[in-house]
Ligand binder design. Sequence first.
Ligand code: PGA
Ligand code: ZN
Length: 399
Amino acid sequence: LITDVRLRRILDSRGNPTVEADVLTESGGFGRAAAPSGASTGEYEAIERPASEAIAAAREHAVPRLVGEVYAGNQREVDGALRAADGTDDFSKIGANSAVAISMAAAKAGADVLGAPLFQHLGGTFRGRDFPTPLGNVVGGGEHAADATDIQEFLSAPVGAPSVADAVFANAAVHAKVSDLLAERGVACGKGDEGAWAPSIDDDEAFELVDEAVSAVSEEVGFEIGFGLDVAAAEMYDDEAGVYEYSDTTCTTDEQIEYIATLVDEYDLVYVEDPLDENDYGAFAELTDRVGDKTLVCGDDLFVTNTERLATGIDRGAANSILIKPNQIGTLTDAFDAIELATEHGYDSVVSHRSGETEDATIAHLAVATDAPFIKTGAVGGERTAKLNELIRIADDAT
Ligand code: PGA
Ligand code: ZN
């Protein structure tokens, strides 16, 4: 039985305050987790409140429904109590940041009571034998860095890696190779919010550079490394004009579909996230129809980890994979339900970090527990390596 829920403000990787939760149980179980935070957030995400307000609201409304009332190991009851305490669809009362921190901390306390690793408590006992392939952000811009590429993320995808550790090291090597290639070209640059290089180059140049980096590292390590994108196209889309705005051009929806389809062919892209606006299921369906048999078309802002939005996408044939961010929907239960619905309909799940992160590594366990084929959690940087190194440890313990 949960005996205490403690909430505090801690720092995230951007230096902003975020919510951390501790959950304590009668039998001595303990779990601690923290909420991440997005910058290119989807219009339909659950609501993140300012950390101090989210904490105050959760203390008033949620904590009394948990302490002495619910077992930490009963995740659906914990998350049901959070939903009941909030009473809205989007967690706008207690904040999705408080909700997700408590939900994940309860899961960890539940695992602690059992003395089991978190992935196993989350259902991982019956998992398959494959580990998720990490997608590593190596070049980026958009909302994550000023004066860099229009496309938000260029992602190294070591699809041929023999182990999760090999994949993690391959992504770091691609990240380093990109730095070398930039130096050769005389381009100096810093990093964006997720640790990817943020050079002031145009997207065409970035494609050439990343293509060269993944090919070079692939040759070195001896297995296939492809790459993919998070276009984060909702951030580029001008609703009124009905066009996608790039630094030097604009395109109509048809032109955007054509552009992405051409990129998929030219660079053999293995993954394309949010290539179109978050309200345009029709355009997503058209692109999926064209390229869905050769690449993953993933909905992030489109689906926001929400089963209702995913059901609409399934109905309409929009995308063939879904990004899973627990804080987009508010609880682990909701994230699980989205993964389950996706799997039932042949959609691949990609468990993901946010641009604002903490050292919390829950998503590594979530990806392993649910047999997600991919996890997107950066390539370098402490808040990213927290998850990547946890994946290596889980694989080491399990094999
Ligand atoms: P965000 O970006 O965390 O800033 O929303 C990540 C993504 O778009 O996938
Ligand atoms: Zn995204």
